[in-house]
Design a protein around this ligand. Structure first.
Ligand SMILES: [Zn+2]
Length: 449
């Protein structure tokens, strides 16, 4: 079925819910009609009161293939994405092995994804101390941004960079108008000694807010001096908000995201010896996370992402309970919409505010906003249909990620994705995978403006 109609009384178009009929043809939203509409010989999928909106764009995902496919992989990650209503994701340059720091590795990664993409997928390249000379080639090969760490990344193949490395590549990023994505933690010795590695509180105190603000100050300095696009990934420290807000009043080249787990969990609710919750920067106290929510409600975040970063149970130290030995990363790609909607409802977050943070805004950041992120004539038919009144509980059976260990297990959410369309093909029907391999590999350089 390459041509069909989708009708709902609640289509999210131009930032509001209206009754409309979408005419899907040849992978695109060909036409949009107000109200109901029919066309001879064209099937109509009538979704009545269910929400019809653009597919989610998750600009921060770790898939770990090739080399650490036992951690996740394109097949399982993009199946989970489709079930969760994510129709486009961008993969980080780590933790695959090798890491995406040269064009040859970038090609290897593209090859590894062949026949395994169930949603659209693009890639970032990485900056490490040794590859300043590879950055321009990576950009020319089609990465959507260059990601770097200012602190040990967790894997030795992806060492952190310093201010000097960033200064070296800044003119290249400026020339190509490509964003620099920074993991903003910059460590110093101003941390308490660790006595009990199973204590969440001790883990939290080992990565204090000022590490984030140290790094943000460096990021803002680079942004200002070189007038380049800088993106702060996964902000966790509310102490960073004010300086970001101030700089954003002067430039639109600074952007910031936060992730599901910083908005959903609080340190007070994390038991000791449970490194399933470990990520970096850490999930902080409720008083901090309430400030992140205030910032979200005040439009201070450009978009939201999952930072899906899974690892096998043995790397998560689930048995030992040692926060300091455990891999830092939370698995939860599949639940982004439901958990943000459920938690947001309690805090007055409207869908009119939430949906663009997951669709239009990341599309804009990635330079995809002329073809994705909105229900608009001529745009790619990446569409999801979901039931905001449906309650469901996360069970191991429902998880499509490779590893079922996730801190969201057994939690109950509102808002279930029922159908997912990728490039005009129904990939998920009644919350089950139907047609596979419909995702496209996205290269920034191939995007027609
Ligand atoms: Zn990440």
């Amino acid at each position: 079925m390459t041509e069909f109609l989708i009708h709902s009384k609640r289509c999210f178009i131009d930032n509001q819910f209206i009754e409309a009929t979408l005419h899907i043809k040849d992978e695109k939203i060909y036409q949009i009609f107000n109200g109901t509409h029919s066309k001879e010989n064209t099937p109509i999928l009538d979704y009545n009161n269910l929400i019809v909106m653009p597919g989610i764009i998750d600009a921060h995902v770790h898939i770990n293939e090739p080399g650490r496919t036992n951690w996740e992989g394109f097949d399982t990650a993009t199946k989970a994405a489709a079930i969760g209503g994510i129709t486009t994701l961008i993969e980080m340059p780590l933790n695959a092995n090798p890491v995406t720091t040269t064009v040859n590795v970038f090609k290897l990664k593209q090859k590894a994804s062949t026949n395994k993409l169930h949603v659209n997928c693009g890639f970032y390249g990485g900056i490490i101390p040794a590859n300043s000379n590879d950055i321009e080639d990576l950009i020319k090969a089609g990465v959507f941004g260059i990601k770097g760490f200012l602190i040990h990344s967790g894997i030795d193949e992806f060492p952190n960079v310093t201010k000097e490395h960033l200064e070296t590549i800044a003119p290249i990023l400026k020339k190509h108008d490509i964003p620099l994505l920074l993991h903003c933690e910059l460590n110093d010795d101003d941390v308490p000694e660790v006595n009990n590695p199973k204590s969440y509180r001790e883990y939290l105190y080992s990565r204090p807010q000022h590490w984030e603000t140290n790094a943000i100050d460096l990021a803002l300095d680079i942004q200002k001096r070189f007038d380049i696009k800088v993106h702060i990934v996964h902000l966790s420290a509310s102490e960073g908000l004010e300086r970001i807000k101030k700089r954003k009043q002067i430039t639109n080249k600074l952007t910031v995201e936060t992730c599901s787990h910083y908005l959903y969990f609080n340190a007070e609710g994390i038991p000791d010896a449970s490194p399933i919750y470990k990520c970096a920067p850490p999930i902080r106290e409720k008083v901090n996370n309430d400030l992140l929510w205030n910032a979200l409600l005040n439009d201070e975040f450009n978009f939201l992402s999952s930072d899906h970063s899974p690892a096998p149970p043995e790397h998560k130290q689930l048995e030992s309970g040692d926060f300091f030995k455990a891999w830092g990363g939370i698995s939860g790609l599949q639940f982004t919409l439901s958990l943000l909607y459920s938690e947001g409802k309690k805090r007055g977050l409207t869908l009119e505010k939430l949906i663009p943070l997951l669709t239009k805004n990341p599309a804009q950041f990635l330079g995809l906003d002329h073809q994705k992120g909105n229900l608009q004539e001529g745009f790619d038919a990446d569409i999801i249909v979901w039931d905001d009144s449906k309650e469901f509980t996360i069970t191991e059976n429902s998880i499509q990620h490779k590893h079922k260990a996730t801190p969201y297990l057994n939690d109950t959410f509102f808002g279930k994705v029922i159908h997912t369309f990728v490039n005009g093909v129904q990939v998920v029907e009644d919350s089950k995978l139907r047609t596979l391999q419909q995702g496209k590999l996205l290269l920034k350089t191939n995007i027609l403006i």
